[in-house]
Design a protein around this ligand. Sequence first.
Ligand code: NAP
Length: 486
Amino acid sequence: MENAQTQSTASVGIIGAGMSGMLMAIKLLREGKTNFKVFEKAKKVGGVWRENRYPGVACDVASFAYCYEFEPKADWSRRFSEGAEIQEYFEGVAKKYELDKYVEFETVVSSAKFTDDNKWLLTTDKGESHHFDILVDATGPLNKKMYPKIEGFDTFAGKVMHTADWDDDFDYTGKRVGILGSGSSGVQATAPIAEKAGHLTKFIRTPQWIMPSPNPYYGEFARFLKRKVPLIGTATRKFYDWVGEMFGRASLYDGWQRRGVTWAVNNNLKGIKDPELREKMRPDFQPMCRRMIVSENYYPALQRDNVHVERQGIERIEEKGIRTKDGQLHELDLLVLATGFLPNQWGVADITGPNGVKLSDIWKDEANRNYRSITVPGLPNFFVLIGTNSPITNLSLIDIADIGVDYVLKSMKRIEAGEFTTMAPKQAAATKFGAELASSFDGTAWVSGCTGWYTEGSELPQTWPWAPKVFKDKLAEPELADYDLK
Ligand code: NAP
């Protein structure tokens, strides 16, 4: 791909070459700007799609909506494509834009410090230092695996795999497998593992609501048509964007969207034939309180003869398997940890602004910690893509990252135009935003009484309490009156 060889005045450091970091880099290139560098801890681009290779991994946002708007793919194989196909898509896009030239792979940013000459100084685990005018954190909210703290964990003699750290070489055909966790990852992994394992025990602490949605393969003719008539893909994307917006609204208020979702998930639950199993799988919280799980094969898999659903709590893990609170030992060859991620662990642990102020300290104070989820008071020229309190529900996070990237570009243009050198949101603007957030969660499904990573370890849910569309409106232009400009 030919890129215009103009040099931007402002230099940009991007942490992470996943979906959002790639998007930031590509949009810079598309504007002819090459004065940037991306730091990626791994050997390849792709982020969550590179890391999550567990059986059944897929995106529960329709593929036509889960791709860059300017790089549509006409021949997705299914409505909800599998992780490998999505990873292939991102690798293909990275190749097209020759991102290799700009990404420092296998490089961990160990610290970022704002210096007296108004630059971000990044140091890496390779001992290198880099200076940038603008720093973009594109590490995403879910990048640190959560390992459960269960007594005896280290004594287990079998194989243990986290869903985000899958060992492709381990063959579990015919073996006794246990899956711990029933969020999106644990649900997606259930059917394919059940098909291959000798026996599967699903250890479920909190059953979740499941939205049924068929996942058809697109036939050759459909793909041919979409290749020939790109408008079909564009229209399909628009439709699924609308679906995402409606899902977002189902969490917000008791309208037809929430009633529709409630009906669909209850009806789906009725499909479990055994009344005892059905009751075991009935969640005790309102639909949309947690991120909705989309699956057509989960309940059928749980009803297989070689699958046992265990709702007894776990007493401890032993050499041979898991002992539940009723005293029973469930012997296992493989324990799959679908236990998710430590929530809200954006980026680099050590980010320091002027006067030694630390990002980790700023974020402890939930009421004052961010401005419209994109910038942070006290940290000049620092932007977070899909930051705290972004819309992170059942919609395409690519769209959310895209809005953030455009905001960075608009801010950057003003810096390059010489309007100012640095911008950091005023503390008062962040506090006002925090107060608006706090007063807007009432009536949303997220505060109706459930646990989960949206709410874990924080007073307010980590979500955006308004319609997803409002995010676009609020980030349409940097409102400079809300910023301290230097
Ligand atoms: P998750 O939703 O956080 O689920 C973690 C699961 O592990 C829960 O069922 C939890 O039980 C269980 N668990 C954790 N510690 C446990 C313990 N000590 N004992 C027993 N159970 C324990 O994690 P996830 O499924 O990996 O999904 C995380 C997020 O990733 C999703 O919400 C979504 O945003 C994203 N994701 C998206 C897709 C997609 O298709 N777009 C696919 C996968 C993941 P409790 O519920 O009782 O805490």
